[in-house]
Design a protein around this ligand. Sequence first.
Ligand SMILES: Nc1ncnc2c1ncn2[C@@H]1O[C@H](COP(=O)(O)OP(=O)(O)O)[C@@H](O)[C@H]1O
Ligand SMILES: [Mg+2]
Length: 303
Amino acid sequence: MKTSKPLVVCLGNVVADHVFRVDEVPQPPSKSQAKAYHLNVGGMAANAAIAVTRLGGRAAFWGRVGGDSNADLLIDGLRSEEIDLTGMRQIAGARSPVSAVLVDRYGERAIMGYRGDGLGTDPSWLPLGMLAEAKAVLCDPRWPEGAHVALEEAEKRDIPTVLDGERSETRLLLDLVPRVRYAIFSVPGLTNYGSGARPPDALRKAVSEGATRMAAVTRGEKSTLWILRGEDTIRETPIFRIEPRDTTGAGDVFHGAFALAMAEGMEMEQAIRFSSAAGALRARDGATAHRPELEEFLREFSG
Ligand SMILES: Nc1ncnc2c1ncn2[C@@H]1O[C@H](COP(=O)(O)OP(=O)(O)O)[C@@H](O)[C@H]1O
Ligand SMILES: [Mg+2]
């Protein structure tokens, strides 16, 4: 079947997010009651894949889960979003990543994450042939071995590649950043990558080597900073001012939206605006928007 929706492959993490809404995150540790609870599909690449399909693309999620009950919930969740799971493996005897997320009344969150166990690193089973029809590849830093093979194949096929430069070991980010065209960091991720260098200097470093044509840092409720290869100027794109309800996953959704924008051939400035709007809606609603809602939001803000 021919379809005009571009395929975006999202490789990396999927996490069972157990989300508790609380008045405030208790400090010091004590026993308290949550006002609400729900179980969400989370994880950078998985959230990004959901954003891709809701915003009008087709998404494939490539990654691993364990043989536990959290895995069944994650698979059902991704399937219900019509995400292609050809490149998702369930590893018998392994445990899926899971996290406890506490969201306070200001929409700020505390996360305790468990990265899973026994998931392995071997990427040899990944369906790389699918990249023949992909229009963008997004990776997060949680499965570097998988990212290596997918990014190499994407580069061979001249497909745009995006890294979610989220908090990780410095050596992992130093290794992954030069392999992608677009490296988009969170504030802690950029600090890890630049070993504490000032954000502008760390961004300049990112576009000075390898395949990287653009590097950016998203900064929550502050503007996004970005730089193009060959330029010295740091550019700045404002955020959309909203009342945050739950900022969990805003960055993941930003990345999914950005990868889709690249797959659609959007200009850089417009792509960052589009992605910021997607992140803002996620923070405002605690849920990922669909394309018509996003377009409407963009029109309101520019009108
Ligand atoms: N409180 C907020 N108000 C408006 N936009 C937000 C808010 N929080 C996040 N966003 C949007 O989502 C993007 C990513 O959020 P950020 O917090 O930087 O990432 P992460 O979730 O990875 O920490 C921001 O650049 C911004 O565009
Ligand atoms: Mg993030």
